[in-house]
Design a protein around this ligand. Structure first.
Ligand code: SAH
Length: 345
């Protein structure tokens, strides 16, 4: 196994059989996690970066088959934060030590370009030492440019799966695979630190699809990669499918760290949701970011992407002290900084 991980680290491309072995082979997974941890320590030491996640709206014009806030779900009570509410979240987050704010939402048609730009510039004006990350889905290139000019630093847009036929099984026909990929390229060209990513164990995903995801990451080289297990939501067409496995998710986190040693990789909320120690295990498998929830407490339950999504305790920004302790117990250290990706050598 370590001959393969050494080659990954060296930037080699692996054959299908080699990838298959790494993803589903019968070898000691702790050894893989250890190799990934070595790679993360080389560039980031024991630093863990924190991001305050503000879920600004759960209105969505899309209908992703896996997602609880899809437009067809009539059981969601929809909300949208005002600019003042978002700024209040940032104020609380700043006092707690957050130096990155992530504005995430459904694809809300009400979020006209200028409104988002105004919110971004208001945050940057008030907190010039903070980074702003947007995660607002697919938009025309012009919108991404305007938001970048307004001061947004990073953009998260998971590719979801790098296999077109698989993408088409997870989304309705009007959501095109090529458009999502084009959005990622646009973000990158504009200058954003760009985040891609995928779910592990989504319906119809096999090892082939995961290999395609790894090859996509190897080629696109995003600065950030979000990887979490698929978790079913009761009001979606995928309600009857099983959740992705903890071990498979950790393997994909570790392989991503070895493929992109300098990437910012969160131990995701979904990982923390499927197992009480999921987040710590994610950190030990190569993740170096956590994103506690900084949304106003009264709306947290409504941003329900999947069942039982964790948003309290250490997943909540107020739980930061407890989070710091468990990160320390895992052998790392939460640091108060913007936490940008280390630059290419
Ligand atoms: N509208 C934004 C944000 C989407 S929500 C966008 O399109 O980028 C953020 C991520 O949550 C998605 O990219 C998806 O990978 C993940 N997600 C959605 N439903 C999920 C589920 N049922 N289980 C696990 N992750 C899910």
């Amino acid at each position: 196994m370590t001959d393969l991980t050494d080659r990954l680290w060296a930037g080699d491309s692996l054959s299908d059989d080699e990838w298959r072995y790494l993803i589903e082979g019968d070898y000691e997974k702790q050894a893989l996690f250890h190799e990934a941890d070595k790679a993360r320590r080389r560039y980031y030491g024991t630093d863990v970066y924190i991001r305050g996640l503000i879920e600004i709206s759960n209105f969505c014009r899309n209908d992703c088959l896996y997602c609880g806030i899809r437009r067809s779900n009539a059981n969601v009570s929809r909300y949208r934060l005002t600019e003042a509410e978002i700024l209040a979240c940032c104020g609380q987050g700043y006092a707690l030590g957050f130096r990155t704010f992530v504005l995430q939402g459904g694809e809300d048609a009400y979020h006209i370009t200028a409104w988002v730009a105004g919110v971004v510039s208001a945050i940057k004006e008030k907190y010039p030492d903070c980074a702003v990350t947007l995660s607002l889905g697919e938009r025309p290139r012009r919108d991404y440019e305007i938001w970048y000019q307004a001061g947004a630093d990073r953009y998260l847009l998971r590719h979801e799966t790098a296999t077109r036929s698989h993408y088409e099984k997870l989304h309705p026909p009007e959501q095109a695979y090529l458009r999502r990929m084009e959005c990622l390229r646009n973000l990158r060209e504009i200058g954003y630190q760009t985040g891609a990513g995928f779910m592990v164990g989504s319906p119809f995903q096999g090892t082939e699809e995961l290999i395609a995801d790894m090859r996509f990451l190897q080629e696109f080289r995003p600065e950030m990669v979000g990887i979490g297990p698929f978790i079913p939501h009761r009001d979606t067409p995928f309600s009857g499918y099983p959740a992705g496995s903890l071990e498979r998710t950790l393997i994909m986190v570790a392989l991503t760290r070895l493929t992109l040693p300098k990437a910012l990789i969160p131990a995701t909320t979904a990982l923390g949701t499927i197992h009480p120690q999921g987040r710590e295990m994610g950190l030990k498998a190569g993740a170096n970011v956590v994103m506690p929830n900084l949304s106003p407490a009264n709306v947290r339950g409504q941003y329900s992407l999947y069942d039982n999504k964790a948003c309290t305790g250490q997943e909540a920004a107020e739980g930061l002290t407890a989070l710091k302790e468990s990160v320390a117990q895992a052998g790392y250290r939460v640091v108060e900084s913007r936490g940008d990706a280390v630059q290419a050598e």
